[in-house]
Design a protein around this ligand. Structure first.
Ligand SMILES: [Mg+2]
Ligand SMILES: [Zn+2]
Length: 214
């Protein structure tokens, strides 16, 4: 593992908010195999802008096994992410990092065919982001619509929040009740999850670090 480029001085680690993509940021449509299938969910831009304003790094972590399965090319994934960044920017919001797992054990393309350590619920994407951006995973949050997101957060000691958008309502009804790992909070959508995070950060006294040097 490589050390992140230091900013000089003390390596103070920051909490971050990790966001799942499909079903959390954009409407759950199965594979986003065409640009026309990428629709931001209501209130997402404002919610992310709210995190930006409080100085909490926002990192998108997403499994995209459609690449491994040959359902769409990397060029489409790039276009989808350009669209995501552009739509968020229209709302005055930005993400600080974007990490994608393109792998699957039964991938059509050999370069993507492996049992990797980054496909959620494995924590590889979070660990890479933490190394790159000096993040404290144990003080971070993971927000997603599937139990795999909840488990991913739990795997690194972060605080997990399930949103009821995307697959969330069904996972809450049919996966959650018998699962040993539970989220710290269940929120109607990303905006509600962000409100909960910011209230909790205020209690802990760690938010509003916007003036921190970069
Ligand atoms: Mg999802
Ligand atoms: Zn992977």
């Amino acid at each position: 593992m490589t050390a992140a480029a230091g900013t000089g001085g003390k390596g103070s680690l920051r909490p971050a908010v990790f966001l799942d993509r499909d079903g959390t940021i954009n409407e759950q449509m199965g594979y986003i195999n065409h640009l026309t299938r990428f629709h931001l969910l209501p209130g997402v831009g404002e919610a992310i802008r709210n995190l930006n304003a409080h100085g909490l790094p926002v990192v998108v972590v997403t499994n995209q096994s459609g690449l491994a399965r040959g359902y769409f090319p990397e060029s489409l994934l790039d276009q989808v992410h350009e669209t995501m960044h552009r739509l968020l920017a229209l709302d005055g919001a930005h993400v600080d990092g974007l990490y994608v797992c393109p792998h699957h054990p039964e991938a059509k393309e050999e370069r993507f065919r492996l049992a990797c350590t980054c496909r959620k619920p494995r924590p590889g994407l979070l660990e890479q982001a933490a190394a790159d951006l000096n993040l404290d995973l144990r003080r971070s949050y993971v927000v997603g619509d599937r139990w795999s997101d909840v488990r991913c957060g739990a795997a690194v000691g972060a605080t997990s929040i399930l949103v009821l958008t995307g697959y969330g309502r069904g996972d809450a009804a049919f996966v959650g009740p018998s699962h040993p790992v539970q989220p710290a909070h269940v929120a109607e959508d990303l905006a509600a999850a962000v409100d909960w995070i910011l209230a909790r950060e205020r209690l802990l006294g760690t938010a509003d670090l916007a003036s921190e040097t970069r």
